[in-house]
Design a binder for this molecule. Structure first.
Ligand code: GTP
Ligand code: MG
Length: 244
């Protein structure tokens, strides 16, 4: 059963670069009655990504700077332009490749609505995900980064997945800045530093539809790995938590 929203508005942010084959499925699978607006950040797509998004009622934000984080930052500026009561706003991040199951959104936001936690993360590091959905290098990179964060902060993360939710006000406090692959780890490191209450929830995950851009390519995995580790090492250098 879907829990009532109790006055919360839910804004869904989807960075999308050439996701024509999958984006329509992502948007159709989102539970309409739970979502107030969808913000698709079209990152210079050369296919029909923007057209599909607009046709299905999403707000399309154009961002010419490449990179996952740049797309998210552009979409968040658009979220800012529609919110009325910042204290009643939830932001959900979701990829446009249909790897995550958008119909799980109510599971992700429920702990925020109940006020139990500050950041909810869809966890892919469990046996229930579709075989081959995460590459070995993704599993290794996630394990290493989460182990180091645990050693530095004592916070037990299992994954750095993209499907996540938090309150707008929390997100504002984080002052997110990473323009590309470091977006998810930046958010988790900042959550640890801010002593936020975090919950990871096991969710389904399947191989993407369309062309792989990061994890399925050697170059993309390498760049993402370097970026993620640079965040972790910078954090280690910065010293103990609570010193943002
Ligand atoms: N790689 C990449 N993704 C972008 C960019 N801008 C937006 N995106 C979107 O960010 C989301 C995550 O990228 P993915 O390519 O799925 O990355 P991934 O899940 O690590 O790896 P694969 O699914 O194997 O490619 C997708 O919805 C992309 O379309 C960009 O400049 N680069
Ligand atoms: Mg993907």
């Amino acid at each position: 059963m879907v829990a009532p929203l109790r006055g919360w508005k839910v804004r869904v942010v989807i960075p999308a670069l050439n996701e024509e084959p999958s984006l329509g499925q992502v948007l159709r699978a989102l539970p309409e009655d739970q979502v107030s607006s969808i913000h698709v950040a079209d990152n210079g797509s050369t296919d029909r990504t923007a057209e599909i998004a607009a046709g299905l009622g999403a707000r399309v934000v154009h961002e010419s700077r490449k990179g996952y984080g740049s797309a998210c930052l552009a979409a968040l500026e658009d979220v800012r332009s529609v919110i009325e009561h910042p204290e009643n706003e939830i932001v959900v991040f979701l990829d446009g490749d249909f790897s995550d199951d958008p119909s799980c959104l109510p599971i992700l936001i429920a702990p925020l609505i109940q006020g139990d936690v500050d950041l909810v993360l869809g966890n892919r590091a469990h046996r229930g995900i579709t075989k081959g959905a995460l590459t070995p290098q993704q599993r290794f990179g996630n394990r290493l980064a989460t182990l180091l964060i645990r050693l530095i902060h004592g916070v037990k993360y299992q994954d750095l997945g993209p499907f996540r939710a938090l309150r707008w006000e929390t997100l504002e406090q984080m002052k997110m800045q990473d323009p590309d692959f470091g977006w998810t780890v930046e958010m988790q490191i900042k959550a640890a530093r801010m002593n936020l209450r975090v919950r990871e929830i096991d969710l389904p995950y399947r191989p993407r539809i369309g062309t792989s851009k990061i994890s399925g390519t050697l170059k993309g995995s390498f760049q993402a790995g370097v970026k993620i580790m640079s965040w972790v090492l910078r954090d280690l250098w910065a010293g103990p938590r609570n010193q943002t």
